[in-house]
Write a protein that binds this ligand. Structure first.
Ligand code: NDP
Ligand code: OXD
Length: 317
């Protein structure tokens, strides 16, 4: 009998912590990696992060793909991707990591830590006005699993939070959610701090551009608008961020993601005094937390049940 095997294909990640966790959770499940010799016909499930283009098309009996991150943009660029159900992780661990990243950077800019740190380097006692959180309007561009969790945490700290999504919300909640092109300008005009947590799709590529930055308020209590992008690098036009910082449409930015990763040492973004760079680690995928989701999807496929957190390939997320 051909074994029902899971292929773990996660580029740039250490395989052993995942394999170890799979062994503990599902000792009977055979798991192979690209470093192993396997028969392509034995692979029923693939757990992936940026697998080599074309790889999944070589697996004739593949029944499901489970993306080990929240964003599937890299996977969907593979024109040969087999037409089998595709799920992505949605998990409290991943969500809380992103929530914490967003809270950290909102507070950093709210408290003007860039100025405080610069003053410390000069041994200068700098006293800055401290607006109350309720005077700072935060806009969450992409009000999905991660955006909504970040929004709730920020609202809990007293910030004046709103969200923006593709589809309108059927019920009004405590946080106003704008939607679609018609809601965008109003949403932007009330975003002193703009947090991008959108997926990268044909519709969202390049959305963080000069036109958008010019719609952000300049008269907020921080003295200008701040961009935090933890979604995808392809959302932003890097040259427009630098231009917006120069012309005053942006006061500062925190960027976790870049069009080309790792960000090259020659990039002017590194040394800009009002940009904080983090190395795409806003919310890492932790095998301890996420391998259980993969095992559960394997169980569901075997039981003839649909995958959880299915990706809509037509929408691209
Ligand atoms: P979700 O699918 O849960 O949420 C996506 C949100 O974006 C939804 O609110 C959706 O609207 C909205 N959206 C999508 N397209 C559009 C559009 N064209 N116009 C307006 N709104 C749109 O995703 P997650 O919250 O789980 O993840 C978001 C992204 O975060 C991932 O795709 C990934 O790129 C990024 N990410 C980055 C990480 C990092 O470490 N930097 C880690 C994890 C994720 P609607 O609600 O109407 O569907
Ligand atoms: C993700 C990521 O999409 O880490 O999960 O970027």
């Amino acid at each position: 009998m051909i074994p029902m095997t899971l292929l773990l294909a996660a580029s740039g990640w250490k395989a052993e912590p995942w394999l170890d966790r799979f062994r503990r959770l599902a000792p009977a499940l055979k798991v192979v990696t690209l470093a192993d010799t396997y028969d392509p016909a034995e692979i029923r499930y693939a757990a992936t992060w940026k697998p080599p283009v074309g790889l999944l098309a070589t697996l004739p009996n593949l029944k499901a793909i489970i993306n080990l991150g929240a964003g599937v943009d890299a996977l969907l660029t593979d024109a040969t991707l087999p037409d089998v159900p595709l799920a992505r992780v949605v998990d409290p661990d991943l969500t809380s990591r992103m929530r914490d990243y967003v809270v950290l950077h909102v507070l950093y800019h709210h408290r003007r830590m860039d100025l405080v740190a610069a003053a410390q380097r000069e041994h200068r006692w700098l006293s800055i006005d401290q607006p109350a959180p309720g005077e700072v309007r935060v806009g969450i561009l992409g009000y999905g699993h991660l955006g909504a969790a970040a929004a709730a945490a920020l609202a809990g700290l007293g910030f004046d939070v709103a969200g923006w999504s593709r589809s309108p919300r059927s019920e009004a909640g405590p946080i106003p959610v704008f939607s679609g092109a018609e809601g965008l300008s109003t949403f932007l005009a009330r975003s002193d701090i703009l947090v991008a947590l959108l997926p990268l799709t044909p519709e969202t590529r390049g959305i963080l551009n000069r036109d958008l930055f010019r719609q952000l308020p300049r008269d907020g209590v921080l003295g200008g608008a701040v961009l935090i992008n933890a979604g995808r690098g392809g959302l932003q036009v890097e040259a427009d961020i630098l231009a917006a910082l120069d012309e005053g449409a942006l006061l500062a930015a925190s960027l976790d993601v870049f069009d080309k990763e790792p960000l090259g040492p020659e990039s002017p973004l590194w040394s800009h005094p009002r940009i904080v760079i983090t190395p795409h680690n806003a919310a890492d995928s932790d095998p301890e937390a996420l391998a259980g989701f993969v095992v559960e999807q394997v169980r569901r496929v075997d039981a003839g049940l649909p995958l959880e957190n299915l990706v809509d390939r037509r929408l691209g997320y």
